[in-house]
Design a protein around this ligand. Structure first.
Ligand code: 13P
Ligand code: SF4
Length: 303
């Protein structure tokens, strides 16, 4: 068995040999965030995937993120170290089900959260992330918006637009199980802390928050804001928040804020991924071209 330092050194060697870049979502294990070339939210990582000169992108995140990288950078080899790392919310809408729903709302634009499969993106007019959902919806001409798959993000957007938002019945299990009682308890324990919530949370939780941000939004905000924060999102982000701001205090809103899918990759699977060039994520050309239009339209929207 190799020790951790040996594994890290081997990963760095292979990264050089393969001309690879490692991208990690803010929810990944701390050890993965630490070895990554870039960490970020879904929007930031999509942009990084496109901008990199590397031949290989090792995507430490979940399947839809690696798929988005493969759609945006088809000339690069995109690896997902653990193939079973999926997003339960992305599985809550299929292309078939969406096609059926679209027939009911022929005049609606279809906005799809990037937490969705490539097949679903191919059925949409434009994608969005949690960082730009309001801007994306308000950039559209249509007055009716079919918004998939996150009902909580759809509800959040509906508060900042005059358009009629038709939500899908999907949700993130990790965020949806953050309850108002969790926030109230955390505030009682830390009365001076500001509450930062992710827009995948339920409306009643968001109503108790001081600020609502994507994960990178939180990372940026805390740099110049106060000293104490209650964080209502997946707890992997605490690693970065604490590392970047050792003098500040960050509290998890509850003990249940874990997305198991985001913890699937460890240093061992990252090493195997680079050693064996596994698992290559590709998207069939027809789907890729359609999904690309939806992603490109999103990337053109000004924030
Ligand atoms: P970001 O949009 O902040 O990346 O996080 C959302 C998420 O749940 C990713 O899985
Ligand atoms: Fe999906 Fe939620 Fe996990 Fe993100 S945190 S990958 S939205 S289940």
């Amino acid at each position: 068995m190799q020790n951790t330092q040996d594994i890290i050194e081997r990963i760095l060697e292979l990264k050089k040999e393969r001309n690879a870049v490692i991208l990690a979502h803010n929810y990944e294990r701390g050890e993965i965030q630490d070895i990554a070339d870039f960490t970020g939210d879904s929007l930031g990582l999509s942009k990084q995937a496109m901008e990199q000169e590397a031949d290989v992108i090792v995507f430490c995140g979940v399947h839809f993120m690696a798929e988005s990288a493969a759609i945006l950078s088809p000339e690069k080899t995109v690896l997902l170290p653990e193939l079973y790392a999926g997003c339960p919310m992305a599985s809550m809408v299929t292309a078939d089900a969406l096609r059926a729903e679209k027939k009911k709302y022929p005049d609606a634009a279809v906005v799809c959260y990037v937490n969705s499969t490539a097949d679903v993106k191919a059925e949409c007019d434009i994608c969005c992330t949690s960082a730009n959902a309001v801007e994306v919806v308000n950039s559209l001409e249509e007055d009716e918006i079919l918004f998939v798959p996150d009902k909580n993000l759809a509800d959040y957007v509906s508060r900042y637009t005059t358009k009629k938002i038709i939500p899908w019945e999907g949700y993130c299990p990790t965020h949806n199980q953050i309850l108002t009682t969790d926030v109230i308890r955390a505030k009682e324990e830390h009365p001076d802390a500001e509450v930062l919530a992710h827009p995948e949370c339920r409306r009643d939780v968001i109503d108790l928050a001081d600020k609502v941000f994507s994960t990178t939004g939180m990372v940026e905000y805390v740099k110049t804001a106060g000293d104490e924060f209650i964080i209502a999102t997946e707890r992997g982000i605490l690693h970065k928040l604490r590392k970047d701001n050792p003098q500040k205090r960050f509290y998890d809103v509850s003990e249940y804020t874990v997305c198991p899918e985001m913890k699937a990759i460890d240093l061992g699977s990252l090493l195997l991924s680079l050693e064996n060039m596994q698992h290559v994520i590709t998207v069939p050309e027809e789907i890729r071209n359609k999904a690309r239009v939806a992603l490109d339209r999103m990337l053109e929207v000004k924030r």
